[in-house]
Design a protein around this ligand. Structure first.
Ligand code: 5GP
Length: 349
């Protein structure tokens, strides 16, 4: 485990509101409920509904399908809907990934969807998150602004404008993401926003082919946006696989997330096997450590564990996966991620 802990690692697919430590969320929930506060989020959830969702979180992930998992978020949003609570939650997420003797990762591209609440505009939301990122500096963390598939054009425009504006101010907004309910939205209306993001120098990462129900035509449409990275890419057909191989697009792999959301039945069936066989760039990521109760160290441990529990990778293979192939959409590859072989790695231990 020490080897994994000291391996320089980048976490490139972590959703802020899916990564809040449970203790912090519980504190926020206790304060929220005891204050007798009315529903404060745009979701308009009642305290009872929030409490029910909290109980589900505390009972452990009963995530039979990917759709169950999405029902947790409205409650979490209610708890992070003031600037103070959002700052506390963000600070805890950053600390979870970046603090301590052996931080989970040496570089983090954290992503979040700007939300409008009674006390925050979307711009304020992003500024609050960036205020916390500033404690670490651009060599350690960047922000990816998520665009949710359920967003209408007004909100998409607002989010993109906020991302461009803050990047223009020199803030570490490194890119935009497409996320949210995998079956929602018409991707044709998103194209111009992603094109505009690219023209503004923002990186683009897209959740793609996440469920078996995502049509092949949509996958091709999303690939035509020329993304820098792909989230999941679980159900690519042969045509899409060929395109992804030609474009050499880095795929963000979230093993535990896929297993618990049951989009992949076993590690043996996981699409990582295809990308490993093809020597295709991948980045090992956590997705949402809160409901999936995982960590980046845990995800790497799955790579090293012997089959059938894991992939039985050697230390050298792990270094290759961890540091050689990843593609940042943020700044240049920080030098601490340039480690190429075990000897260099051992020098650091
Ligand atoms: P946030 O953007 O609010 O910080 O993080 C939570 C949001 O990320 C969720 O509401 C959802 O839109 C998105 N999200 C988290 N995990 C996944 C995932 O595995 N797939 C997709 N498509 N979206 C996700």
């Amino acid at each position: 485990v020490k080897f994994i802990k000291t391996l320089p690692k980048a976490e490139l697919h972590a959703h802020l509101n899916g990564s809040i430590p449970i203790s912090v969320l519980q504190d926020l929930a206790r304060e929220y409920v005891s204050s007798g506060a009315p529903p404060v989020s745009e979701t308009g959830l009642s305290n009872e509904a929030i409490q029910a969702a909290m109980n589900r979180l505390l009972d452990g992930p009963t995530l039979d399908e990917i759709s169950h998992f999405f029902t947790l978020f409205p409650a979490i949003y209610a708890l992070t809907s003031t600037p103070e609570a959002l700052a506390r939650a963000t600070r805890a997420v950053l600390s979870e990934f970046l603090d301590g003797e052996y931080p989970q990762c040496t570089y983090l591209e954290l992503r979040s969807t700007p939300k409008e609440t009674l006390t925050m505009s979307r711009e304020k939301y992003v500024r609050v998150v960036l205020g916390e990122l500033a404690r670490y500096g651009v060599q350690r963390v960047g922000l990816v602004v998520s665009l949710d598939r359920r967003m209408g054009e007004d909100v998409l425009r607002e989010c993109l404008d906020v991302a461009k504006k803050l990047k223009g101010e020199g803030e570490p907004v490194v890119g935009v993401d497409l996320c949210g309910d995998p079956m929602a939205g018409d991707m044709a209306s998103f194209q111009k926003y992603f094109e505009e993001a690219k023209s503004a120098g923002l990186g683009v990462t897209l959740h793609i082919a996440e469920t078996v129900n995502n049509p092949a035509s949509e996958t091709l449409q999303l690939l035509s946006f020329s993304p820098d990275r792909l989230g999941h890419a679980t159900f690519l057909d042969d045509v899409a696989k060929k395109l992804v191989a030609e474009q050499n697009t880095c795929v963000e792999i979230c093993l535990t997330s896929n297993l618990l959301c049951k989009t992949v039945p076993t590690l043996d069936d996981h699409h990582i096997n295809h990308y490993l066989r093809e020597n295709h760039p991948i980045a090992i990521c956590t997705d949402d450590i809160l409901p999936f109760r995982t960590s980046l160290v845990g995800e790497y441990a799955l790579l090293m564990a012997q089959p059938p529990l894991g992939f039985g990778m050697s230390e050298d293979e792990l270094i290759q996966v961890g540091t050689r192939d990843i593609v940042l959409i943020g700044p240049e590859l920080p030098s601490h991620l340039h480690k190429q072989n075990k000897e260099e790695q051992e020098d650091d231990i």
